[in-house]
Design a protein. Structure first.
Length: 309
């Protein structure tokens, strides 16, 4: 049935979007990529509408965003709010006019209340976003608000997937943009390549975080579309399994074969000691989904960055 599916991937040139594109194309879906470098600026509503309408998608996977490191979303807080809000407002105006299209939103888990250690869907609104990600996290919360309001007034359907930090191929290598685990992998590959005697890791190494291999996100998005899902209720893409930075560093060190010294610089803040995602609803909705083991995902990621660095 995939030959009838037409999927518009907004931000299909970015980290998540390129992986979604590969997975969908391999599954025989007809895919269109919409981003500025692909000739479609979502801030320009008339042009974006014409381009998307011309493609006639059944689904829109909304991976377009202005995103960066914690420093970036603080230093450019106003731009981050402005651009992301306008992208998402335009996405929903376009979806409203298309009527039958379904929007799939990957909602970054920084939209959860900053004080939560275990992110549980029913607590999504139970507290403010962490101040360090106020600009970006607020626009992720608004994705859910938009999906709900456009459904109530216009019947626009959406699927909201709450996504933890991802790692894997196709991430930017710009230090302001690279996601944390990929940045660590890149650091160790470079240390081996340049024979560096020491690698400094920021923080104490103790904080525990959950990590999702980006191709697992793409596989879940594919399932959602193949099952013709349109449930607004946000669901965590969750394993309920966290890893400390030290565990990540150990795995990467072994896999890249780095034998130099590793130091942890505790002058850099750790943030919250633990952040993982509750998987209760995920297991109900995707009972047989098997996540990629962290060691396998890291190995694949190392192979990718070794080739491009
Ligand atoms: N990466 C993660 O760990 C993670 C975790 C949870 C959720 N997510 C979510 O996944 C989505 C994508 O994140 P990402 O990490 O893939 O970001 P990314 O690598 O920075 O990609 C962003 C994409 O958006 C496009 N874009 C930016 N401004 C645009 C505009 N005005 N018009 C059209 N396209 C525009 C960019 O392409 P051009 O430059 O060509 O325009 C790029 O393709 C975000 O919603 C993010 O919150 C990501």
């Amino acid at each position: 049935m995939n030959d009838t599916m037409r999927i518009a991937i907004l931000g299909g040139t970015g980290f998540a979007g390129r992986n979604v594109r590969d997975t969908f194309e391999a599954a025989g879906m007809t895919v269109g990529v919409f981003s500025r470098t692909a000739g479609c600026d979502l801030l320009d509503l008339p042009t974006a509408w014409t381009k998307l309408d011309g493609f006639r998608p059944n689904y829109i996977v909304n991976c377009a965003a202005l995103v960066g490191s914690v420093n970036y979303v603080t230093d450019f807080a106003a731009d981050v709010v402005d651009v992301n809000m306008r992208i998402n407002l335009n996405v929903y105006k376009i979806a409203q006019q298309m009527r039958e299209v379904i929007v799939v939103n990957p909602i970054a888990n920084c939209a959860y209340p900053g004080v939560m250690d275990i992110y549980e869907e029913p607590g999504f609104w139970d507290g403010p976003i962490h101040p360090s990600v106020l600009s970006y996290g607020s626009t992720r919360r608004m994705m859910w608000v938009l999906s709900k309001c456009y459904f109530e007034q216009y019947g626009v359907r959406s699927v909201n997937l709450i996504v933890p930090n991802m790692y894997g191929p196709y991430d930017s290598t710009n230090p302001n943009k690279t996601h944390a685990l990929n940045a660590l992998i890149i650091k160790f590959i470079r240390a081996v390549k340049h024979n560096l005697p020491e690698v400094e890791v920021w923080g104490t190494g103790k904080p525990i975080r959950e990590w999702l291999y980006v191709k697992d996100f793409a596989a879940i998005a594919r399932r959602v579309i193949e099952a013709r899902e349109d449930s607004l209720e946000p669901v965590n893409i969750a394993q309920n399994r966290g890893y400390s930075v030290t565990e990540l560093v150990d795995t990467i060190r072994q896999q890249v074969g780095y034998t130099g010294k590793i130091t942890y610089n505790s002058r850099y803040q750790d943030g919250s000691p633990k952040k993982v995602m509750d998987d209760h609803y995920f297991r109900q909705r995707f009972p047989d989904f098997k996540f990629t083991e962290l060691t396998t995902g890291i190995l694949q990621t190392i192979k990718y960055y070794r080739d491009i660095l």
